[in-house]
Write a protein that binds this ligand. Structure first.
Ligand code: GCW
Length: 837
């Protein structure tokens, strides 16, 4: 007995150790052993399948794997266990045959599921019945997640059907293995011009996707490579489809409309040309011959240099219908992106407006698209900014299927180096009532097909997971992928429910952990908006390059049309009907009226809709300029708070993920200060109006690097200027080691020392901080930030707290360049310790 106990304890210890080695690869499907497995003792310990489809087999295997690990006992699988209480998994029809007395409590929609108990004599069986095989798989995942979250078993008995049929993720993977706007390593699907030989990660990805009900994945960049449709590639793509299939994830691809010409030997790709039509028909037949469950195509055309029907004077409907007709006999669909605009707009023309483009182009075509065409519309009229109004096109198409395009990859929202839980942003758009036809028509019901009685519709999310072990880089970014799936299934879910579910699954059920991470997630979008671009200005990042650091000027005076029209007197795009671009007139009347009038336009979109003086007073009280200043201070403080909240989790979660997120939140807290100062300095320079609270441009604790005693270091300009103090930093350009020193003159006490430096993507400089020639800190500039210049993309903060300083002390920073990174420094900030906490 004693030995048995010992063995059990040893086994438990091994299990705990395994559970604490958390590299994020399992995502939210960790199946960590439960503290109180006893509460689920009524669950059967055997699984019987009524169906041998790949999806139902996956469901059974997943159930065994998950329950086995969480409850700590093996699950028995197979018909031999029929006499035991068991899980019975199959389609509704199959379950009804087995248990003639049973039927689902409500009629399920395709891919829905029912979970129920059935009494069979003395025995209680648990039924997981899908409307189809995919539904059965989703049911199994649902049950597993309930258990992992420690939910009351009474709530397991349920039925659920997806709101939306189209629940796709898109990957913007290139054939060389790079990923456009991907921030977590190289492609899990492609390398060296073809499909990767090893598709293990592709299968694991499909499992994660299936667990939140995603039913298709478009695998390549929408700036599509024409090689996607060569015969060799089609057979390789079939291997990806095979890896996805057990999880009910269908393969889709993006195609280049010029393919018939580029690789098909034709001299045209005119969508109305008979040879072109025949080429596509044949190509689609060839795809289905190898991939019978192929989901369809995604098309980006006439956009950002992609070829399109306009070249032949044809419309998007001509192009879309041609492809849709080729797909139709096989059951495929065509997602045609509404992201079509001219990126050579004349910025001098006050009537020019990129935001108008999608509606101007697609609204006149409403009703001209075939039934298996879906127009894929980005949530806002510009491009995945931190805040935009809902695209007016959602209400502009009433006889056409629609899908909303969301961006899970954080292109304009911190690129997975910063925490931004996007579900509240998406919810804000999904819940927005367009008042089409004067009635309740929220975006979520429009894309679902409900508002205008459309047969098809849904969600496309640009995910861009990569080979990084934890899929998305920032461990907390996985909440976005998870949340996307949950919303596509049920857009009525609350952000807080999604945050809590994800946190429990990912970090366990400790109430402090759950409430802390939930609060961090739920506050993060607003914090990011505060320290980047508030009031509907857009993110205010460098739109011409990385889309990462601050650079408001990059939006102006070019053809890309992301203008904010900041002048000496005022700021904002006038999109009114009365005096502006007329964009507001694209909304149904009730919404248009609200945006048109300054009286009713919400503050958070004010500068998207109107051009106003800096002194214009917001509904919330402050002037526009003062609000910009205040909100950037609040945002930077918010980012510091995220770090402090995370620090309370030490010892309550595994070290590995704790340390990883700690590093990222420390970085974000510094990046938020860079943003705060850059945007505030820039607006101060534009407006000439000082901050009422005297903070902007006044940093009494800062010693700029160029004002220090320099040995080897030389001043160099920052681009844009507002990303370093007075537009200049110092760099060690000509020596192996350079130093910058300053003599401390303030009262003796305890201080926090921060060093603001630049960490290029290339090179790993070493910095050493010395106090009276004694080393007190050393660190390496080894982050992989997007840039190799002195800018807001690379500006980074190192902080050392609680340092005792006395007047006359000499503080010295030693920088050792490496690999083309010249150990650049912006400033040192020395803040009394108590007030810096
Ligand atoms: O947001 C922009 C990105 C491009 C992208 C484009 C699009 C794939 O910066 O990289 O191209 O949108 O959505 O097509």
């Amino acid at each position: 007995m004693r030995r048995l106990k010992l063995l059990l304890v040893a086994a438990l210890a091994v299990q705990c150790a395994a559970a604490s080695a958390e590299d994020g690869s399992a995502g939210w499907l960790r199946y960590a052993p439960l503290a109180d497995a006893q509460q689920y003792r009524m669950l059967p310990a055997a699984v019987v399948l009524l169906d041998h489809s790949p999806e139902v087999q996956s469901a059974a295997r997943e159930l065994s794997r998950g329950l086995g690990r969480m409850l700590g006992h093996p699950m028995l699988e197979g018909a031999a266990f029929s006499a035991m209480p068991k899980f019975v998994i199959g389609t509704v029809t199959e379950v009804e045959e087995r248990f003639p007395q049973w039927k689902p409590a409500v009629q399920l929609k395709p891919e829905g599921y029912a979970i129920a108990t059935v009494r069979d004599g003395q025995r209680t069986d648990w039924v997981i019945a899908g409307a189809d095989v995919r539904g059965a798989l989703y049911g199994a995942f649902h049950l597993l997640q309930q258990v992992a979250e420690d939910k009351d078993s009474a709530s397991f008995i349920t039925t659920s059907s997806p709101a939306d049929q189209v629940r796709w993720v898109d990957q913007w993977d290139n054939l060389d293995g790079s990923i456009e706007r991907g921030y977590a390593g190289r492609s899990i699907l492609f390398a060296n011009g073809g499909v990767r030989p090893d598709l293990t990660r592709a299968g694991e990805y499909a499992r994660l996707l299936a667990s939140v009900g995603i039913n298709a994945c478009s695998v390549n960049n929408v700036n599509a490579d024409v090689r996607m449709l060569t015969p060799q590639m089609i057979s390789q793509l079939a291997r990806i489809a095979d890896a996805f299939r057990p999880w009910g994830v269908r393969l889709a691809i993006s195609v280049d409309l010029s393919s018939p010409k580029a690789i098909g030997g034709l001299n045209t790709f005119d969508p109305l040309n008979q040879q072109v039509i025949a080429w596509w028909n044949k190509k689609v037949d060839a795809i289905y011959a190898q991939i019978p469950d192929f989901a369809g195509f995604v098309v980006k055309a006439d956009s950002e240099g992609q070829p399109g029907p306009s070249q032949y004077g044809r419309t998007p409907a001509d192009a879309a219908n041609m492809l849709a007709r080729a797909l139709k006999p096989h059951g495929g669909v065509l997602l045609y992106r509404a992201f079509v605009y001219n990126h050579h707009l004349d910025w001098r023309n006050p009537k020019a407006d990129r935001a108008r483009a999608a509606y101007d182009i697609f609204h006149p075509l409403d009703g001209k698209f075939d039934d298996n065409v879906i127009i894929q519309i980005k949530y806002g009229p510009i491009d995945f900014q931190v805040r935009e109004p809902a695209s007016p096109l959602f209400a502009g198409l009433r006889h056409t299927n629609e899908a909303i395009e969301l961006e899970i990859t954080q292109e304009y929202t911190g690129q997975q180096r910063q925490l931004v839980f996007l579900v509240p942003l998406w919810k804000h758009i999904l819940d927005f009532d367009m008042r089409a036809g004067g009635r309740y028509t929220p975006v979520k019901q429009i894309v679902e097909g409900r508002s205008f009685d459309r047969p098809l519709g849904g969600f496309a999310g640009v995910a861009n997971v990569g080979l990084d072990t934890n899929w998305l880089g920032h461990p907390l970014a996985m909440a976005n992928l998870y949340g996307f799936g949950r919303l596509a299934w049920d857009p009525n879910l609350m952000s807080s429910t999604i945050a809590e579910d994800w946190t429990r699954l990912t970090f366990g059920n400790d109430p402090h952990v759950v409430s802390t991470i939930d609060a961090m997630l739920l506050s993060s979008w607003h914090i990011y908006e505060q320290y980047t671009g508030p009031l509907g200005l857009g993110t205010l990042t460098n739109i011409l390059g990385s889309h990462y650091g601050p650079d408001p000027q990059s939006a102006e005076h070019n053809g890309w049309g992301q203008w904010i029209r900041a002048t000496h007197d005022g700021v904002g795009m006038d999109r009114t009907v009365a005096t502006g671009t007329g964009y507001i007139g694209q909304y149904p009347p009730a919404v248009a009226q609200r945006y048109e009038s300054l009286e009713t336009c919400p503050d958070d979109l004010l500068l998207f809709m109107h051009h106003v003086p800096y002194t214009y007073r917001l509904h919330s009280g402050p002037t526009v300029i003062q609000y910009i200043y205040n909100t950037h201070y609040a945002g930077a403080q918010g980012a510091a708070n995220l770090l402090a909240e995370w620090e309370t989790l030490k010892g309550r979660i595994d070290e590995q993920r704790y340390e990883h997120v700690l590093r990222l939140q420390t970085y974000q807290a510094g990046a938020a200060i860079v943003w705060r100062d850059a945007i505030n300095d820039w607006f101060y320079a534009q407006s000439g109006i000082p901050d009422e609270q005297g903070r902007v441009g006044y940093h009494p604790n800062r010693i700029t690097a160029k004002s220090m005693r320099l040995d080897g270091y030389v001043p160099v300009p920052a681009t844009p200027w507002e990303t370093a103090s007075g537009g200049k930093a110092i760099a060690c350009l000509h020596r192996g080691v350079c130093t910058a020193s300053t003599t401390f003159t303030r009262p003796a006490g305890s201080y926090t020392i921060s060093v603001q430096y630049f960490d290029y993507r290339q090179g790993v400089s070493t910095f050493t901080l010395l106090l009276n020639d004694v080393i007190i800190a050393t660190w390496k500039a080894d982050n992989t930030l997007p840039g190799n210049t002195i800018s807001g993309d690379t500006s980074t903060r190192y902080t050392l707290s609680n340092v005792a300083l006395h007047p006359g002390d000499v503080l010295k920073i030693e920088g050792q360049p490496n690999g083309g990174e010249p150990a650049p420094i912006d400033y040192m900030e020395v803040t009394p310790y108590s007030s810096s906490r």
